[in-house]
Each structure stands twice: as C-alpha cells, then as structure tokens.
Design a protein around this ligand. Structure first.
Ligand SMILES: Cc1ncc(COP(=O)(O)O)c(C=O)c1O
Length: 391
C-alpha cells in the first residue's frame, strides 16, 4: 500500500488484496515482440474468432439514428428483458419475470454486482479451481475469502463430499462456472444436483456463471437455477461476448429473485446507471440469432479444438479434449514444472503466447491455457511451431 506521510493520502483498504490482471502483462510482451517484427501465435486470448454479425451492428446504428441515446431504465429496457424471459425459458429451462432480469455491462459487471450483493467482509466463498482469475479478485474486493475446491478431486471423490470438506462455518456462497474457463470442464446435470443439494442443506447462495453456455461439444449445458428449490438461491450471470462475438460491446445480464435483485439494481445504478442504450437494442437483435447459426459456430470451434488438442498430444503435452468453452489446458511439465517459466519459454523460443496455469489458482500450476478461438491457419501454424520446438 502506498501512503504519503504528509497528507495521509491512502487507498481504501478493501483494495489491498485485489490484484490486477497478469494477462495484461502477457499481452504487453506480445505487443512488444510484434513491434520488433516477430511473428507471435496468439493463443493467450479469449475472444471469438469472428466479427460481430452485421445485423447486430446495423441494429445499433439504427438505434443511434433513431436517437436511442438517452438515459434508459437502469435495469435494462423492457423489450430486452422480455426477449430474455423467452430465451431463459427456452434455452435454460429457467422461468422468470422481467423483474427478475437485470442488464449489465458485460458478464463482468453482473459478477461484480453479485459478489458485492452477497458477500460480507469475513465471509468465505467456495470456488471450483482452476477458475477464471478475476473471480478471486471480485471475492477479495468484497473483503471475503475464496476457498479453492480442486475440480478434479471433486469429480473423482464426489462433488458434495468434497464441497463439505472444503467448506467452513463462514461459507456464504459458491461460484459455479460451467462450461469452465480455463479447463473447459462442463458439469453434468447430476453434478449440478449435488451442488444444489449441498447449497440447500447449508443454506448458501449459488453464483452460476454461464458465459460459455453455447459452447459445449460433449454433453450438454445445464442451468443449475432450473432445479427445484434453486431459483430462489441462485444468481445466474450471462454475457453476449462469447456467443455473439460482442466482447467490446459489454453486454450481459443477471437473473435472480428477491432479495438479490434489489441489491443488484442498486449496484448497477450507482456504478454505471445501466447499459449504453443503443447497445441494448443491439442485444435484442443478437437474441434473434437462429439456434442453427449458433450450432454452426459451435462446429467451427469444435474443429479448432480437435486440431489443437491433436497437435498438443502429438508433441507430448497431454491434453484431454475439453468438453466446453474455447480453451485447452494441457499439462506442460515437460517444458517446465513452473507454468510461468513454461509460458515464457514457449513465447520466446516458439513465439506461442499462452497463459500460465498458476494465474487460475494453485490447481492450474503445471498447465498452460491455449485459447483456440482463433483462425484455423493460426492453430496450424502454432502446431507446426510446437513440432519444431520439440524436435
Ligand atoms: C468464465 C467467464 N465469466 C465471465 C466472463 C465475462 O465476460 P464479459 O465481461 O466479456 O461479458 C468471462 C470472460 O472471459 C469468462 O471467461
């Protein structure tokens, strides 16, 4: 913490434990290499390989021309929430009213508002690990403590008994991400039932993050809030970023009943006062995307997954095909046991940019995250570079 003795200026203590993305440092190194004219294969990112579809862009342009540039309801415009009611019923088997949905600035704001609404200082929150890095910071930013539950152990020994083992009397919530970033793990309906039984027994809140709901290759996506007794204790967060190629638009939403919704509304009101009005019109258009188009995109991702996973296994980086999301998470102990060192070696010697597994929690150590939401030619070039590196 930086303090100035003369003025006493200091930062709020609740930020002391909050980190700033390691991933940004890797991005900076990649940019520096590119500036030197070196080729770099970009497997460090998490953005869809396609541009935002034109009809979504035109909907935003139309909304701008029609002066949808004023303040809107801070929880989201009604037609958007009505479209989401339908989507949630059809796709997630979650039955809600428009009052149980709030539009947010990306999935990130939905998660921020959720953790701020649920956790008090000193509370504990269970997190399956490896986990998406910002979650740890969102929890510590609420002055609570993440309790890391190794996903692999939980699957092997039983989800419910493992959660019981890692839980404390101060456990107030569990963060449940499926499909998972970075491992690609997709929880089954039976596993969701175990998490639900545990949450009901302990009377805790489930924070369900379904950012990658449309990207499941093996099995199917199941929303935990659709289980009996769960809608009232689950806050589910979604994003338009991944399914619709809309990362920069910052569109997302959260689904919850009272008392959570009143809290989410306060946090959204006082942080952004809602989502940019014309972006909400683009979100309505995105929701009109036919399921067949989403299925075609999913097949495109599957091709990329299979190509990368085959290449990784060929060079001896053991990798089971991830069931969902768009990341492969192989063991890289063959390069170096320390994943930061392994990432550095791969970047400097093979020009392949990845993310060290340790940034996703202790359970990620010994692994690297390879994002495969990139053009097929770039995956092929990366696999070639791997072959040369291991020769
Ligand atoms: C697991 C997970 N949840 C939520 C998000 C939030 O995405 P956004 O803020 O772009 O909507 C991401 C983005 O990478 C993610 O990986």
């Amino acid at each position: 913490m930086i303090t100035t003795r003369q003025s006493g200026i200091r930062l709020a203590r609740r930020l002391d434990e909050v980190g700033f993305s390691d991933i940004v440092q890797i991005r900076n190194k990649v940019m520096a290499m590119r500036a030197e004219g070196l080729p770099v294969y970009s497997l460090h990112g998490g953005e869809p390989f396609f541009e935002t579809p034109d009809e979504i862009k035109f909907a935003a342009v139309r909304a701008l021309v029609e002066n949808q540039t004023h303040y809107a309801a801070s929880s989201g415009i009604l037609p958007l929430r009505q479209a989401l009611v339908k989507k949630l019923a059809v796709k997630n088997n979650i039955s809600v009213t428009t009052d149980e949905i709030i539009a947010t600035v990306g999935g990130t704001q939905a998660l921020y508002a959720t953790f701020q609404s649920v956790l008090d200082p000193g509370d504990d929150c269970l997190v399956f690990s490896p986990y998406w890095t910002p979650i740890g910071d969102l929890i510590t930013g609420a002055q609570a403590r993440p309790l890391l539950v190794p996903s692999v152990t939980a699957r092997r020994n039983g989800i419910r008994s493992t959660l019981e083992q890692f839980s404390t009397p101060k456990t107030r919530a569990i963060y449940y991400n499926t499909p998972q970033n970075p491992s690609g793990l997709v929880f089954t309906r039976e596993e969701a039932e175990e998490v639900a039984a545990f949450a009901i027994e302990r009377d805790i809140v489930v924070i369900a993050d379904e950012a990658y709901e449309d990207l499941v290759y093996d099995g199917s996506h199941f929303s935990i809030a659709s289980l009996p007794g769960m809608a009232e204790r689950t806050i589910t967060t979604y994003t338009f970023s991944k399914t619709y190629g809309m990362t920069g638009w910052r569109g997302g939403y959260a689904v919850a009943q009272e008392p959570f919704m009143s809290a989410l509304r306060k946090i959204v009101l006082y942080s952004t006062n809602g989502v940019t009005t014309f972006v909400q019109h683009a979100m309505i258009e995105a929701l009109k995307t036919p399921e067949s188009k989403i299925a075609t995109l999913r097949e495109e991702y599957r091709k990329r997954r299979d190509l990368l996973v085959a290449g990784l296994n060929e060079v001896g980086l053991d990798c089971a095909p991830p069931a969902g999301a768009f990341y492969a998470f192989p063991s890289v102990e063959k390069i170096n046991k320390n994943s930061r060192t392994a990432a550095q070696i791969l970047l400097e010697k093979a020009h392949i940019a990845t993310i060290p597994g340790s940034v996703f929690g202790a359970q990620g150590e010994g692994h690297l995250r390879f994002g495969y939401a990139i053009p097929i030619a770039e995956i092929e070039a990366c696999v070639d570079a791997l072959r040369k590196f291991f020769k």
